[in-house]
Design a protein around this ligand. Structure first.
Ligand code: ADP
Ligand code: MG
Ligand code: ZN
Length: 486
């Protein structure tokens, strides 16, 4: 039996507001435990939450960016559960009336295809604190409430995703969007972008959904993909054995590459949601929504489209460039300062990304600034240096931070594009290689490549390759026998 995998993702993204969602405490990460707390986020009796306006603005931004309906009226709900990191014993969230609904995200696949993934809802909520186990040299557990009350947006997708590849593409695009909007760091490893994956399978061609398992504890794109693939295999194995998939919450174990049952449906939390009586329903004016709309930057999908049209880039190249708006900006600076945008894209996607990956840094920390890379590319376009020499100049720019012109000057790398300088060099190559010259004349015209190589070597790679080819065609003897191709 062949099965299709069905996936719906729930993403929690931590907002970059200065203060928490319902009190004035700082959201700064890494402070001493419990130093960013007050009676409100500690859940003391008698306190009242006061909504941080900026959180709503962030939610409207994301809602508009993902083509959601932004509801003019939404409601706060209490989600009740008991855990040491939740001092009030409930989390303030939104439930039956979320701020945003019915949007979509368009994700690019490796194949160049685009998938539209529906969003069921986006809602605002507060984060819980953190239980810390085994931090000290004792067997106690500790609770740090610095994170309690930090604002989150939860983004719930429709079960529109069909493979781990699509899930990864969706998550990457969603992360790009929150980063473009400047509302979240989107950092999965640091927990500011967290994902739970709901996975089920069904026979190919079926139009009803199978029973899903929800996998938690996924803190990298790779883990999400592995967990989805593992779940699809596990569920197919169960069905093949005539067993049933049970609806449950499972945990991803990175070390083993497996999921484990955490709690079954019977033990599932009954959150007893109800409207929070401490907070009035949230009413958003049309003017507020329009004011936020006016601040939206160009988003990845639009930028990608523009790069294809304006610069003539292949869609995959455009997709890679727009994944980070810093990379996109870098590319546009380079492209704007050289003749051929395509060449700028090749350098950014090739040499630059290779160096950044090797150094493990982002483009904002690049040792070569966009203006310097543009200056290097101009040296190629002006035929001062060859593309090959340019690569070695680029390496030196990375190592020394020097300007390309200075490196070319110091190392005498200027391209030899003067026929009068090249002719004697080619003559010398002929004199040094009489056997090959005779073979060429006898019809072995494939030796052309050999003479090009020898000439390039004799000039330390500095000869203009097009000119070398042209001069060789002039200076090589006419083959007497028909070419044997050998
Ligand atoms: P819960 O509160 O139990 O997590 P939600 O209604 O919020 O339930 O849905 C959670 C996620 O599960 C959504 O992303 C949805 O798309 C996904 N989902 C629902 N049914 C299935 C299914 N049969 N297979 C895979 N994913 C599903
Ligand atoms: Mg869920
Ligand atoms: Zn507080």
């Amino acid at each position: 039996m062949e099965y299709e995998t069905v996936i719906g993702l729930e993403v929690h993204t931590q907002l970059k507001t200065k203060s928490k969602i319902f009190c004035g405490c700082s959201t700064t990460f890494g402070a001493p435990p419990n130093s960013h707390t007050c009676p409100v986020c500690l859940g003391m009796p008698g306190v009242l939450p006061v909504l941080n306006r900026e959180v709503v603005t962030c939610a409207i931004k994301l809602g508009l960016a993902t083509r959601c309906t932004v509801n003019r009226s939404s409601r706060w709900a209490r989600k009740n559960y008991f855990y040491p990191d939740l001092p009030k014993a409930y989390q303030i969230s939104q439930y039956e009336a979320p701020i945003c609904e019915h949007g979509y995200v368009e994700a690019d696949l490796e194949s160049g295809e685009t998938r539209r993934i529906g969003l069921t809802r986006i809602h605002m909520e507060e984060d819980a604190g953190k239980n810390v186990h085994g931090a000290a040299d004792d067997d106690h557990s500790y609770v740090d409430l610095n994170r309690a009350g930090v604002p989150l947006l939860e983004i719930v997708s429709e079960p529109d995703i069909r493979s781990s590849e699509e899930a990864t593409a969706y998550l990457k695009r969603l992360r790009s969007i929150v980063r473009y909007l400047g509302i979240s760091d989107g950092n999965m490893e640091e927990g500011s972008f967290r994902c739970d994956a709901n996975v089920s399978i069904r026979p190919m061609g079926s139009d009803t959904f199978g029973t899903r398992a929800e996998v938690k504890n996924l803190n990298s794109f790779r883990h999400v993909a592995h967990a989805i693939d593992y779940e699809a295999r596990r569920q197919a194995r169960l069905l093949a054995q005539g067993k049933e998939v049970v609806q449950e919450t499972r945990l991803w174990n990175t070390a083993e590459g497996k999921t484990y049952s955490m709690r079954s449906k019977e033990e599932a939390h009954d959150y007893r949601y109800f409207p929070d009586p401490d907070l009035v329903p949230l009413e958003i004016s049309e003017q507020w929504i329009e004011a936020v709309r006016a601040t939206l930057p160009e988003l990845p999908a639009d930028k990608e489209q523009r790069f294809v049209v304006e610069y003539g880039l292949p869609p995959q190249d455009a997709a890679t460039l727009v994944a980070s708006h810093h990379l996109a900006d870098y590319f546009e600076t380079v492209a704007g300062a050289v003749k051929e945008a395509k060449r700028a894209a090749n350098w950014v996607l090739g040499e630059l990304l290779a160096v950044l990956n090797k150094l493990g840094i982002s483009v904002e920390e690049s040792p070569v600034e966009a203006a310097a890379l543009a200056a290097l590319i101009r040296l190629i376009e002006e035929e001062t240096i060859s593309g090959k020499i340019a690569k070695s100049v680029f390496e030196k720019m990375v190592a020394t931070g020097k300007a390309p012109a200075a490196i070319v000057e110091e190392e005498g790398l200027v391209q030899v594009a003067d026929p009068e300088a090249l002719r004697p060099i080619i003559q010398q190559v002929f004199d040094d290689n009489p056997t090959q010259l005779a073979q060429y004349q006898a019809g072995k015209t494939k030796l052309m490549g050999f003479f090009v190589g020898q000439t390039m070597r004799a000039t330390g790679g500095k000869a203009n390759p097009a000119l070398v080819n042209k001069l060789l065609r002039e200076m090589l003897p006419e083959p007497t026998a028909p070419a044997d191709g050998g």
